[in-house]
Design a protein around this ligand. Structure first.
Ligand code: PA5
Length: 437
């Protein structure tokens, strides 16, 4: 289901430096599966998909159906790992203009993501668009104490209470949070909200296949079993410690080998606008997992061919510390051809050609040109844009990220650095108990 091609690393990486990593990968793999690595309390994602399939997702599907039957709009409140996966899934699996389509064609309510910023204008703009709609909310926070979603939730809850009354508002809110701890858990219990649990042993950025991702995606009509089946397939496909047989570990080894040679920025490149949020999810996964102790590959992303007309110049000829990973979908969902036309626009040679074919030639040309320009690049390919492929790809990168962080010598499962801005912000805000700036 997943192909990894390193043709365009020729001259940058040789076979020996990859195969020689096999013993260390095998040892780290053993430590990972025996839960003897830093952050071992957060390895629940390793077999989450297969366990969830075995337990069933009827509770998620029932809650989703209830919302789908009643809602014009679902607002998903969360930040970081508590929203990026759902957003990536939504864009990957649903049409680009999903919210603008008639409901029957959408397969679910409109979907909005909120609580991932503290912007007054963005908050007001959302309330404007929700006017007159039947709104339901899924508020998601593992800690239950994160400032941005907590503020977003307050704003939206106040609006809902004013619009629907307190009792009705309670029926329209589903909270996804810790089983026992945090302000959101406490509030959910006091108010009687329906709740879903984020397992203790799954960190935010590895949580897309928990109710964090599954509930919002199910509400908009995604078959979450297919998503889980793809990930469960990947658990087996990328579950071996033998480097020669594990593409996720090979990717981890290649990016570490490039990093040691000074390629300290990895650019995730795609040719489909619908992969924009997938790239955002990927950036969080790798950025939070590896960027610590003065180490880490800086994860960036571009959407081609759009960005060939902006960042393309830098990538082709700018400072040489970049490598790229192209995420490519082999088959597009729809076929569009360049129409024949009686105009002299220089495109007669493309008349009748499929856009997907042209896009793919652009991808091949870009990979070649960038490698020639000193930017080694890898290709990660899935066959189609299905939920199954997405599930497999989520897991591929999670597994690769864990191995990559371990190879780099960091704990891939913590994020101590995100606390620093919070402490300074709390002091500036005058939060009781914080040192005043
Ligand atoms: O990966 C992580 O742990 C973080 O990005 C969190 O997902 C993010 O900070 C949101 O945290 P919470 O779900 O506790 O509100």
């Amino acid at each position: 289901m997943i192909v990894l091609d390193r043709t365009h690393t020729t001259g940058f990486l040789d076979d020996e430096e990859l195969t020689s990593a096999a013993p260390v990968v095998s040892t780290l793999h053993q430590h990972l599966v025996e839960r003897r690595v830093p952050g071992a309390d957060y390895l629940g994602w390793l077999d989450l998909a297969s366990r969830t399939l075995a337990a069933g997702v009827a509770d998620i599907e029932e809650a989703a159906q209830r919302i789908r039957d009643r809602a014009d709009a679902l607002v998903v409140i969360g930040i970081g790992g508590s929203y990026l996966g759902a957003r990536a899934g939504c864009e990957w699996l649903k049409p680009a203009y999903y919210n603008q389509l008639p409901k029957a064609q959408r397969g679910g309510p409109e979907i909005y993501f909120f609580g991932n910023h503290i912007s007054a204008d963005a908050a007001s703009d959302l309330l404007d668009v929700l006017q007159g709609k039947q709104v339901y909310v899924n508020v998601i926070s593992k800690s239950g104490t994160t400032t941005e979603p907590a503020i977003g939730f307050r704003v939206l809850r106040a609006w809902m209470q004013q619009t629907y009354g307190e009792a009705e508002t309670r029926q329209r809110i589903v909270a996804t949070t810790d089983a026992a701890k945090g302000a959101l858990r406490k509030l959910a219990e006091e108010e009687g909200y329906q709740t879903f649990v984020i397992p203790d042993d799954v960190g935010g950025r590895y949580s897309v296949l928990t109710p964090v991702g599954l509930l919002p995606l199910s509400v908009i009509g995604v078959d979450v079993r297919e998503l889980l089946e793809g990930a469960a397939w990947a658990e087996t496909a990328f579950g071996t410690g033998a480097l020669a047989d594990n593409l996720a570990y090979q990717y981890a080894v290649m990016r570490n080998a490039l990093y040691r040679k000074g390629f300290v920025t990895e650019v995730l490149a795609h040719f489909e606008p619908s992969l924009h949020s997938f790239a955002e999810w990927w950036k969080q996964l790798f950025g939070e997992s590896e960027g610590k102790n003065g180490k880490g590959i800086f994860p960036a992303s571009v959407g081609y061919t759009t960005d060939l007309h902006s960042m393309g110049q830098f990538i082709q000829e700018g400072y040489r510390n970049l490598f790229e990973t192209f995420v490519h979908i082999e088959r597009t969902r729809r076929v569009v051809r360049v129409p024949a036309a009686e105009v002299d626009d220089g495109l007669a040679y493309l008349a009748g050609k499929e856009l997907a074919w042209i896009n793919d030639k652009a991808r091949q040309a870009t990979a070649h040109a960038h490698a020639e320009g000193g930017v080694p690049n890898l290709l990660v390919q899935v066959q189609d844009q299905s939920a199954r492929s997405l599930g497999a790809l989520f897991y591929f990168f999670e597994r690769a990220c864990a191995m990559s962080g371990l190879l780099m010598g960091v704990n891939p499962f913590n994020q101590p650095g995100v606390e620093n801005y919070k402490q300074k912000m709390f002091a500036l805000l005058g939060k009781p108990g914080t040192a005043q700036a």
